[in-house]
Design a protein around this ligand. Structure first.
Ligand code: ATP
Length: 254
């Protein structure tokens, strides 16, 4: 057990027909750390990830996020509580500008609808704040010059950066990234890695699912290995990735 986990999962199972896609006894994400979730194709990583972020319902299991019970909480509520995710295939809106994509990421605050209709001046100043935040994140992710371009004109890697920047609009405590390196060209890879490390150093907790072992080796503080729905090994990257049993059985060619 970790000293200060931000997310704790117990006895989580998810079956599809006869297959236990996920059967996890205990799992934790340490606060202010970078945790990697790895394992061969079909190990159950994406399913587990979807369960943790409220995009799928488990058959059994309990969760706590920052000390709060997460059972039967919707994905929107999970996001408002401070946990956001990105997708393996980005969900950027191609027909909106880069800036508008960012504004979608700003969570609606309670009462914001009323503010908009009854107090337009107050709403204007709130809107300005949101735009300033969006522009400063775009600047950080090297996308500010593209803010008025359609998101559809970005490269695959830039779309990944945009999705990550958008996720940060809600000032999350925990960011969960589904294969952040997939489809990203080598030039942008390093900058993505730097962004993730910077997030951690600023106090955000990060979980990522990834096949890119180079990335895991370089930035993960903790690695959890899944196979056939179960957690089969975990520890600091050096220990886990040099463990011959893990290398042979679970990492295969990766
Ligand atoms: P990859 O690395 O290829 O993304 P993964 O580790 O993310 O794999 P999952 O996609 O979670 O693995 O799949 C785990 C198991 O659950 C697989 O056997 C898969 O076929 C099965 N599975 C996942 N989603 C469904 C579904 N919606 N219906 C039926 N079976 C599913």
């Amino acid at each position: 057990h970790k000293p200060d986990p931000i997310l704790v999962a117990d006895n989580v199972t998810r079956r599809f027909g006869g297959i236990a896609a996920v059967d996890v006894g205990h799992f934790e994400i340490e606060r202010h750390g970078i945790t990697a979730l790895i394992g061969p194709n079909g190990a159950g990583k994406t399913t587990f990830f979807n369960l943790m972020t409220g995009f799928d319902k488990p058959d059994t299991g309990t969760w706590q996020f920052d000390g709060n019970d997460l059972a039967s909480v919707s994905s929107e509520k999970v996001a408002r509580m401070g946990m956001v995710r990105t997708f393996q295939l980005t969900k950027v809106m191609n027909r909106l500008t880069v800036l508008d994509n960012m504004l979608i990421g700003a969570p609606d605050q309670p009462g914001e609808g009323m503010l908009r209709s009854l107090f337009p001046m107050l709403w204007k100043s709130r809107e300005k704040e949101i735009i300033t935040q969006a522009e400063s994140l775009l600047d950080r992710f090297l996308l500010l010059k593209k803010k008025d371009d359609y998101a559809g004109s970005l490269s695959g890697g830039q779309r990944k950066l945009l999705e990550m920047a958008r996720a940060l609009m809600s000032n999350p405590q925990l960011v969960m990234l589904d294969e952040p390196m997939a489809g990203v060209n080598p030039a942008l890879k390093q900058s993505l890695l730097d962004h993730i490390v910077a997030l951690r150093d600023e106090g955000t907790s990060v979980l990522f699912v990834e096949h890119d072992m180079n990335m895991v080796r370089h930035i993960a503080d903790w690695v959890t290995v899944m196979a056939e729905g179960k957690i089969v090994a975990e520890g600091p990257p050096r220990d886990v990735m040099n463990d011959p049993a893990v290398v042979d059985a679970y990492l295969g060619a990766h």
